[in-house]
Design a protein around this ligand. Structure first.
Ligand SMILES: [Zn+2]
Length: 521
């Protein structure tokens, strides 16, 4: 007798094999049998005729940690309802551990205000311990964020590391990986990593390589210097043989779109030279980022306190305005998604704010930055949707949300719809256009990322694997979240099982929290 038996589903095992009508039996948290017409009793039998059964989706580019949703919203509703059963957090240079000093935590404040955070760990192993007591809907694995590490040592100072400091960070990284971290992430365009040299990255990559971990890079530039930024990441992987994943690959701003073929060919060439490189993409043409990211590098070096000093100095302020005037960014169209201070800017465009203030859009940007607190996130539609589609279809890509798990109770702010609909939008598009085999699309969400991360017994439907499963209706699968109204769950996902337990049943969230905290073995 099995605990669960799913009958007659079209089973895509995740490896890229075409679908096949089979039964899948689960015992406890494992897949116990996969065969045609299993004739055994089960406590729970689901007739899945005509429906697709796939392994649970794996998101290698998730931020549920720094948005504090692992603790504020452990049911991770917006992720589980699009079929994600495993997430990798600690991306883009920021993680919740290790916290070598209190300063380290400031690395997350662009995403989440720190006032509400209740943090009772320092080392990565204490963090993992806390997380495993906290029940969650999804399985969670974490990287170590390099801003988090580095900031503990240098605080807001922008300087190179002393030899002994770099050694201390390397030791902390090694210890964290021994305690279960899956690798290291960088956020090279962020204020506290701009100064990080290629040599420093090389030293860190060697540690990650020695532990067989993942080296995840948010590139230094996603615009005019994309090729140089890519070369930097690829060089490190070339010389250290580290397992490289580029985060949320894209080309911002229309004037940079012509660089697309060169960008893709740099990756293809590197891969064919034997470099272990992949990348993730979210299926949207609008980015969601911190407003300060539009400022010149010299202005953001040193963090918010220094930035406010620049604003107070008319000469410096004017220099920043001149820079903004020449970036080619259409600031008027940028929309404020959320601010830490309640200024009612949410949902307004910079153009509308400028009109109310009777100033230029560039001046309005500075006004919002000065008054909106440290946590101002905006939407900007600046990606080429054809290029996004091409990246989604590329053999080296995965589909990542670059988002977090939110419940639909958090009104009053806007989050990027990718938090609610990345996987479902991608699958709907694949099915409706037929421009990629469904088996290849499912592999990008399952076996592909599992293999990249070195996850054992996940990402594939086979006997002995953990029973992370998604059952969906090919005709009904759809994302529903929009920029104006993001808090809308996907449809067509009928069942989501995590370690054999239903987190979604009959299309509804069950409230069960069956996820495991994963440690790198
Ligand atoms: Zn990033």
């Amino acid at each position: 007798m099995y605990s669960l038996l799913i009958k007659n589903a079209i089973v895509y095992d995740g490896t890229g094999k075409p679908g096949e009508v089979l039964d899948v039996a689960v015992q406890g948290d494992e897949i116990a049998n996969v065969a045609f017409n299993i004739k055994s009793y089960a406590q729970n039998v689901i007739d899945a005729s005509g429906k697709i059964l796939a392994p649970g989706f794996i998101d290698l580019q998730n931020h549920s940690d720094v948005y504090f949703q692992l603790f504020d919203n452990p049911s991770l509703d917006s992720l589980i309802t699009q079929g994600y059963t495993t997430i990798l957090v600690g991306n883009c240079g920021a993680s919740l551990a290790p916290l070598l000093t209190h300063e380290a935590l400031l690395s997350i404040q662009k995403w989440h205000s720190l006032e509400a955070a209740n943090i009772n760990w320092q080392s990565f192993s204490e963090f993992i311990e806390t997380l495993s007591k906290q029940r969650l809907a999804c399985n969670v694995a974490s990287l170590v964020g390099y801003s988090t590490l580095r900031r503990a040592v240098v605080g807001d100072q922008i300087r190179s590391l002393e030899k002994n400091e770099l050694q201390a960070l390397k030791n902390a990284l090694r210890e964290s990986m021994e305690a279960g971290a899956f690798g290291l992430s960088n956020g090279l365009s962020y204020a506290h990593e701009i100064i990080v040299s290629e040599l420093e990255l090389f030293e860190l990559a060697k540690i990650v390589k020695a532990q067989n971990g993942l080296f995840s890079v948010h590139l230094r530039s996603e615009g005019s210097e994309i090729i140089e930024a890519l070369d930097e990441a690829l060089d490190i992987a070339r010389s250290t043989e580290v397992n490289l994943k580029i985060s949320h690959l894209k080309l911002r701003n229309e004037q940079n779109w012509p660089k697309f073929p060169e960008m893709v060919s740099a990756i293809d060439t590197a891969y064919h030279q034997g470099i272990n490189v992949h990348f993730d993409v979210y299926p949207y043409d609008t980015i969601w980022q911190a407003l300060y990211g539009y400022l010149p590098k010299w202005a953001i070096e040193g963090g918010r306190a220094i930035l406010l000093k620049h604003f107070a100095d008319p000469v410096q302020k004017n220099k920043i305005l001149m820079y903004l005037n020449n970036t080619g960014v259409k600031f008027a169209d940028i929309e404020i998604a959320s601010t830490a201070n309640k200024l009612n800017f949410t949902g307004k465009t910079i153009g509308q704010i400028a009109k109310n203030m009777e100033c230029s859009s560039e001046q309005a940007v500075l006004h919002v930055l000065e008054n909106g607190g440290s946590e101002i996130l905006v939407f900007e539609k600046n990606l080429d949707s054809l290029a996004v589609n091409q990246l989604l279809r590329h053999p080296l890509s995965f589909v990542g949300t670059d988002g977090a798990g939110f419940s639909n109770k958090e009104a009053g702010k806007l989050v990027h719809p990718r938090c609610f609909g990345s996987a479902t939008k991608f699958l709907k598009q694949t099915i409706s256009t037929g421009d990629m085999d469904l088996s290849a699309a499912i592999k990008k969400l399952t076996f592909g990322p599992a293999k990249k991360l070195g996850l054992k017994k996940r990402g594939e439907i086979k006997v002995g694997s953990f029973a992370d499963l998604v059952l969906f209706d090919k005709e009904k699968i759809s994302d529903n979240a929009t920029y104006q109204n993001p808090f809308q769950f996907s449809s067509g996902i009928e069942y989501v099982f995590v370690n054999g337990k239903a987190a979604v049943a009959d299309g509804k969230i069950t409230g069960q929290l069956p996820g495991y905290t994963l440690r790198k073995s």
